[in-house]
Design a protein around this ligand. Sequence first.
Ligand code: ZN
Length: 356
Amino acid sequence: MDIDEFDDFKIILWLILFLLFGIVIITCKPKNDDYVMTVNGRETPGKMGTTLEHEHILVDFIGADSTGYFRWNRDSVFTAAEPYVNEAKARGVKTIIDCTPSFLGRDPMMLKDLSRKTGVSIITNTGYYGASNNKYLPRSFYDLTPEGLAAIWTDEFKNGIENTGIRPGFIKIGVNPSDTLSPEHLKIIRAAGMAHLATGLVIASHTGPDSPAFAQIEVLKELGVSPSAFIWVHAQNGTAEGNIEAAREGAWISLDNIRNRTDLKPDDRGSLEWYAGRISALKEQDLLNRVLLSHDSGWYDPSQPGGGQFNGYTDIFDYFIPLLKLKGFTNDEIDQILIKNPAEAFTIRIRKYQKN
Ligand SMILES: [Zn+2]
């Protein structure tokens, strides 16, 4: 080749090298598109910080036929809840997951206002709550197929709840604590599985005992949904063995009624000592990475004068963490449960289950 041809060859070689270098840079760059969905929009999971994964700002127990936004005054709810959210914020809480489902007092606009004014991130939900014998299911539920239900919940995620533009960050459902799932509750968990596959939203199901937890996990697996897309809400009402087995499968174990109850003795089920024992049992099996903690506390109740007695969101910080430290839990282990696990659980990601 002559000199000109050699120069052309060198230029082409440099171009190829440059392209290869670019491809390497693009493919090696850590993927940073993970997100959670708060009432104020997308947020990086790493920014969630200390998170209370199951609390309530407002609950209206009157039933699906009778509830509606007319039942409460947003300013009154705000005034009642704000000091308690700020108390939690003063303990380091950066995110509160509001577990009040639709037809039970879910009010995205009120949550958004509260979040903006307190600076605490709040996540709301989509889904239907079948527990309490279907009292909170709207009449339209009975005419819908699982696909139809999933379409409603998926639409809320894609287009926002009603006309608020506020999008849910998880699917909240509920089933009765019975041994087998009723046809209605089977429909709900199927719909939740389908909506998960369409959206990547994690499914938090008010469940309680072992049997309905495993029944739901089986339905999800049949649909090709990983147990890691399932939060077993009120897992404290299941057995330690059940919690361990579900956690080994990848499910999230939500121990969520942690309150400093002076009416209980240390040995009583539900005491702080008892909860510490349950978490220690999971820790011994190396399953702390599946544990979620909360108070299941709050809330403004529109049927009570002034919203009734509001219980705060601070017992975990004032009583329970000190107890865990006495039991030998390290700061890293506590951060795992209150920061890392919620960030992982609520990251919006489709989790598929590979059937054998
Ligand atoms: Zn609750």
